[in-house]
Design a binder for this molecule. Structure first.
Ligand SMILES: [Zn+2]
Ligand SMILES: [Zn+2]
Length: 239
């Protein structure tokens, strides 16, 4: 039985070890490898029935650190068997080391401190591709859908004389869809969860967006590129 392939979240955690080890592989008997092996076995990323007894064993974690270390462009000699996703994660760590290390740290905290408050919904392809990994992306979306936060943001915009329009493209659901769209807008948190931490959200960190612009803010076009802020998306749209 083959074990399920490594997901981005898992690769982030493994790559963080490689980075902290000076882009060198870690051996099977390394305490950090043992620790990561334990952690990966409790992450809710792969159904138990898809795992063999060797799932994320210390040996497989060590081999993955070799794949990642040899995927670094400065590595002499041929890379090992790592796939496309390995290369993407390595590229992201090279482009934005601080941010990616912070993301790995957040995933670790979420995993250790559980319980997982992930909404029971099918995986979103955009979350799978999120640079910060699926767990943090899903937590982030759950946070954005918090009805209290949403209500407070909308209230503050209306109180300041504004209307419910997309801050990027000016789209208004009410103008396009009539009474069906009345009061509808999506709330976007401009700081990724691993950057903001779990501190209380300031209303200034929230942006009102239409569904298209919201998707485009979260979409990752390449591993080197961080999240797009609404301001950056607006600049892209007007060019
Ligand atoms: Zn928009
Ligand atoms: Zn968002």
């Amino acid at each position: 039985m083959r074990n399920p392939s490594w997901q981005r979240d898992e690769l982030l955690l493994a790559c963080a070890l490689v980075v902290q080890n000076g882009w060198k592989e870690l051996r099977e008997n390394d305490l950090q490898v043992m620790d990561l092996s334990d952690l990966l076995q409790v992450l809710p990323l792969h159904p138990v029935e898809t795992r063999s007894v060797k799932f994320r064993s210390t040996g497989s974690v060590s081999r993955k650190t070799t794949d990642l270390a040899t995927a670094h462009p400065s590595h002499q000699g041929p890379p090992t068997r790592g796939g496309r996703l390995d290369k993407e994660v390595v590229a992201a760590f090279i482009a934005r080391p601080e941010e990616m290390l912070a993301a790995a740290e957040r995933i670790r905290n979420v995993a250790v401190n559980g319980p997982f408050q992930l909404p029971a919904e099918p995986p979103d392809p955009d979350d799978e591709a999120a640079p910060e990994g699926r767990l943090l992306a899903r937590l982030h979306h759950a946070r954005e859908r918090d009805p209290k936060l949403r209500a407070r943001k909308i209230k503050s915009v209306l109180a300041a004389g504004g209307s419910l329009r997309c801050e990027v493209c000016d789209f208004s659901f009410a103008e396009t869809y009539g009474s069906l769209g009345d009061g509808y807008i999506e709330v976007h948190h401009t700081l990724p969860l691993h950057v903001s931490g779990e501190t209380t959200t300031s209303l200034d960190d929230l942006a009102l967006l239409c569904s298209n612009c919201h998707r485009m803010c979260h979409r990752s076009a390449s591993p080197e590129e961080p999240w797009r802020t609404p301001t950056a998306l607006r600049a892209l749209l007007t060019n």
